[in-house]
Design a protein around this ligand. Structure first.
Ligand code: 293
Ligand code: CA
Length: 134
């Protein structure tokens, strides 16, 4: 095994940000939803998109470490109230905060993850910690 792979495994173990096949990473930079998506795809990944509680926990840990809310790769831009992954597939797993999604002000089509791991629909124009999955 190459040193870089060993380093990655040790880093992932220490930081606890892998779940199943995926690894999740942030470097502290922030952006709105479009910038976050573009940043992750330029890095060869995808905006972090939790599909189960293990993945949500891994993302949640990064949010806590940076003490910054983050967008996840889920939105209802196309059809209000129908939340989908970036692939267009409807979500089955969710972890909404109490009372969410509320489409506050009628303009909340993106989803942020709070430091408690729960989700809130939020304007896509806010700036949030960028967390990518690889
Ligand atoms: C309203 C009521 C709050 C809630 C907030 C978020 C905004 O202000 O309780 O936390 O909306 O849903 O996205
Ligand atoms: Ca909301």
């Amino acid at each position: 095994m190459y040193c870089a792979s060993v380093f990655s495994l040790v880093w992932i173990f220490i930081n606890g940000n892998s779940a199943g096949e995926k690894t999740f990473q942030a470097n502290g930079s922030e952006g709105d939803f479009e910038t976050s998506k573009a940043t992750c795809s330029q890095a060869g990944g995808l905006l972090a998109s939790p599909r189960n509680s293990a993945e949500n926990t891994a993302i949640h840990q990064i949010v806590v470490r940076h003490n910054k809310k983050a967008f996840i790769g889920i939105n209802d831009i196309q059809t209000e109230g129908t939340f989908k992954y970036l692939s267009g597939e409807a979500i089955r797993y969710s972890n909404w905060a109490a009372g969410e999604p509320n489409n506050g002000g009628g303009t909340e089509d993106c989803v942020e993850i709070y430091p408690d791991g729960r989700w809130n629909d939020r304007s896509c124009n806010e700036k949030r910690l960028i967390i990518c999955e690889f």
